[in-house]
Write a protein that binds this ligand. Structure first.
Ligand SMILES: [Zn+2]
Ligand SMILES: [Zn+2]
Length: 111
């Protein structure tokens, strides 16, 4: 059983299905999809539709054009990307900070 996490796109609150949300009577193991439709973000009150599944792939990605490495642990603060943002969670219009190519030019660093 894989427990997924969902992040509130408004305030970055993380709903972790493994933990649930006991303060809101959500039992541990409750999948995000199983939360009642009226459930809202405990921090900012945003509806479920504002939540996005967290990509837990924290591998680094290398720009094939210039060699820049995107490291999710660092993010890209100059572009407003918080540390902890996986490559898959980067906005589609994100560009290499060094040479400006798009995400398509990046390849996963697996070693
Ligand atoms: Zn929120
Ligand atoms: Zn580059």
């Amino acid at each position: 059983m894989m427990f997924k996490k969902h992040r509130c796109t408004k305030c970055s609150f993380i709903y972790n299905s493994e933990i649930g949300y006991p303060d809101g009577n959500i039992a541990p193991g409750t999948l995000f999809e199983e939360l009642p439709e009226y459930w809202v973000c405990p921090l900012c009150g945003a509806a479920k539709k504002f939540f996005k599944e967290v990509d837990t792939n924290m591998n680094k990605y290398r720009c094939t054009a210039c060699g820049y490495i995107y490291d999710p642990m660092n993010g890209d603060p100059d572009a407003g990307i918080n540390a902890g943002t996986s490559f898959g969670d980067l906005p589609d219009d994100w560009e290499c900070p060094l040479c400006g190519v798009g995400k398509d030019f990046f390849e996963e660093v697996t070693e």
